[in-house]
Design a protein. Sequence first.
Length: 155
Amino acid sequence: MTETVKDNLVVTLDYKLIVDDEIMENTEEGEPILFIQGIGQIIPGLENAVYGMKVGDQKTVVIPPEEAYGEYDPESTQEAKKDEFSEEVPLDVGTFLDLEDDEGDILSAQIVAEEEDTVTLDFNHPLAGKTLTFEITVADLRDASEEELDHEHVH
């Protein structure tokens, strides 16, 4: 009997991610992703799409923003004074920064505008508001170990 994707299996997935008719990522040029199915390690739309697939199965999946990185939130931007940053930090439009908030959490932001004394930071995920198309192939399946399940990631 051929095993199908279900919760608590480690899935090895080859994929091509296409956004706005442009290939954004392609595991043919790198490593496939490995994740434990059913614990939210990947976006919900993709996790739901692989249920029931077998090794070697291929499909194309179109995932709307609400099942991927959410809708774009225009209120998730903030202006910051340039002098709040270290001189080593490049404050150019397009630069991604990891910033620590008051609670010690790390937040990722992209500089989307630059003025003389300020920059505008966008805290939305770069793919927020985008419909994602994945061409996926299940490359391998195996049971997750107890340690992997306890740690909630593949070892």
